[in-house]
Design a binder for this molecule. Structure first.
Ligand SMILES: [Zn+2]
Length: 334
């Protein structure tokens, strides 16, 4: 018989999403049992409680309004302890976040990403709401979310990942002295990307790539990791990761090894079908420039500026010869 606490829960099998279903274990609960998608400590520390956040259907909610159904047991035994550990690490800044077990950082980012997603999915189940872009009608996306949730359950189910980390996580040090705000947030459901800036710590993460992106970007990362980036450089780094995630063409799958009676943890194996598939679609400068222009919008740099040389998009990180730029010259504001 399988031990109950090692059982993997799969809400995607029957699309079980609702205000009375715990997001983490699937138990039926009363609607007052919830957890904040963005943890209380984070909202308090950065004063973002009533900051607006745009959802997929273009509706706008406040950070504090985003909640997930979560039973008391999951809340007190799994979610809160995770929050406590990350809060403690975040108080020590970049060094603290880098020292944290990456699996915990993955769970923490993953919970916010998944919590946002769940809100979209619950809304879509409401027959009165007919979203133009329904996540639940995208089979390929649902497959991704299903695979992702299998490893995200490591928040609750004791689990080790055999020889992989499910996502690529970068913790970048930014010179945030002149930044207008202490907090930034960005996510993208399609590419499984999430990024947060907490003061001078920028966390950029692709949640479902088994670190393929980190491996592909290892030369860039080797230059970036030991340095303190200027905000315009951090924005470029972030654009590179977001674009890389967009090019990713494979979806990892996760399979739990059969649990034996004496087992205390589930061992998760991963499969990537990289024999038949190209791992990354080819890089296109024009598409990348479009993404970079989004990141650089506040500096007034346009896609055309970036592509003055169509073969070599503008960079604030590296010279054309590939040398790291210690003191980037910020383009003049128009
Ligand atoms: Zn639960």
């Amino acid at each position: 018989m399988q031990q109950q606490h090692l059982a993997i829960y799969d809400p995607f099998e029957n699309m079980r999403f609702g205000y009375r279903i715990c997001f983490l274990c699937g138990n039926t609960i009363t609607p007052d049992q919830t957890a904040q998608v963005f943890p209380e400590w984070l909202m308090q520390e950065y004063g973002i409680t009533d900051r607006p956040l745009q959802m997929l259907d273009q509706s706008v909610v406040q950070f504090q309004e985003l909640q997930v159904p979560c039973c008391r047991r999951c809340q007190t035994q799994y979610v809160q302890p995770l929050e406590d550990q990350v809060q403690e690490a975040a108080q020590r800044g970049v060094a603290g976040l880098r020292a944290l077990d990456p699996a915990l950082l993955f769970q923490w980012l993953g919970k916010m990403f998944y919590g946002t997603l769940i809100n979209e999915l619950i809304k879509e189940q409401d027959p009165l709401i007919k979203p133009e872009y329904a996540v639940s009608e995208q089979p390929k996306m649902l497959m991704k979310f299903q695979a992702f949730f299998r490893v995200l359950q490591s928040i609750r189910v004791p689990m080790t990942f055999a020889d992989f980390l499910p996502g690529s996580i970068f913790v970048v040090e930014v010179d945030a002295a002149a930044e207008p705000s202490r907090f930034e947030f960005r996510d993208d459901l399609t590419t499984m990307m999430i990024s947060l800036r907490l003061d001078n710590a920028l966390i950029v993460c692709c949640l479902l790539d088994n670190e393929l992106l980190k491996r592909a970007m290892r030369r860039v990362w080797a230059e970036v990791e030991p340095r303190k980036l200027q905000p315009i450089q951090a924005a470029e780094f972030s654009a590179r990761v977001f674009y890389g995630a967009y090019l990713l063409n494979v979806i990892p799958d996760y399979l739990p090894r059969p649990v034996k009676p004496q087992d205390e943890v589930v061992v998760m194996d991963s499969l990537i079908d990289d024999i038949t598939d190209v791992i990354f679609n080819p890089w296109e400068n024009s598409a990348y420039a479009k993404m970079l222009a989004l990141s650089w919008a506040r500096w007034g740099v346009t896609q055309q500026d970036i592509l003055k040389d169509t073969e070599a998009p503008m960079s604030m990180l590296f010279t054309p010869a590939g040398e790291f730029i210690e003191f980037p010259e910020i383009p003049e504001q128009k």
